[in-house]
Design a protein around this ligand. Sequence first.
Ligand code: PRP
Ligand code: URA
Length: 209
Amino acid sequence: MSQVHLISHPLVQHKLTILRDKTTGPKDFRELLEEVSMLMAYEVTRDMPLEDQEVETPIGRMVGKVIAGRQVGVVPILRAGLGMVNGVLRLIPAAKVGHIGVYRDPETLKPVEYYCKLPVDVEERQVILLDPMLATGGSAVAAIDYLKEKNVTSIKFMCLLAAPEGIALLQKEHPDVGIFTAAIDEKLNDHGYIVPGLGDAGDRLFGTK
Ligand code: PRP
Ligand code: URA
């Protein structure tokens, strides 16, 4: 079963509370989501392998450490995942970025795919899939299905808020994918929104409502 990593760092929790606040407008929402994503990326990359590398300091030579292993692919689920990309890229600037467009049909709550573009060598990369909201889990599962169809074998899912229902579905469908979240909320409401959540992440990010 996939592990759930709850990122409880005080800076993440503080910023998350401001993101939840309904009076926080799109400008602050965008900035905070980027900042939280950068902080979360620090935790998501904690198990990256290292290798030795010689380095010459102004005083002498030594063997330092550099990141080894797979290169990273950052894949936001459109739209709201876009708000997390720059924060992650600030820590991993060499990462390549793919996009998966999925929206929830408001009636059925089922995911509808409408766009996909991935780095050519995505199957060799450690993919960090981004979406602030894991609600029913349908969008994340559909995005991971698609990545696996493209032979991606190493995937981590990073979100801001997760509902227990979304975690359960993701663990059932993709037990190999680690889940990184800043909070696990109470439940979903009848419209599939996370309670208490933060509302519609895409609308708050882009000011579309
Ligand atoms: C939101 C959110 C997730 C999805 C989560 O996107 O950004 O992608 O809902 O819900 P789920 O876990 O039940 O699938 P939405 O469908 O509103 O699309 P948008 O980002 O284009 O607004
Ligand atoms: N998508 C959102 O943007 N918010 C929710 O609470 C659930 C799905």
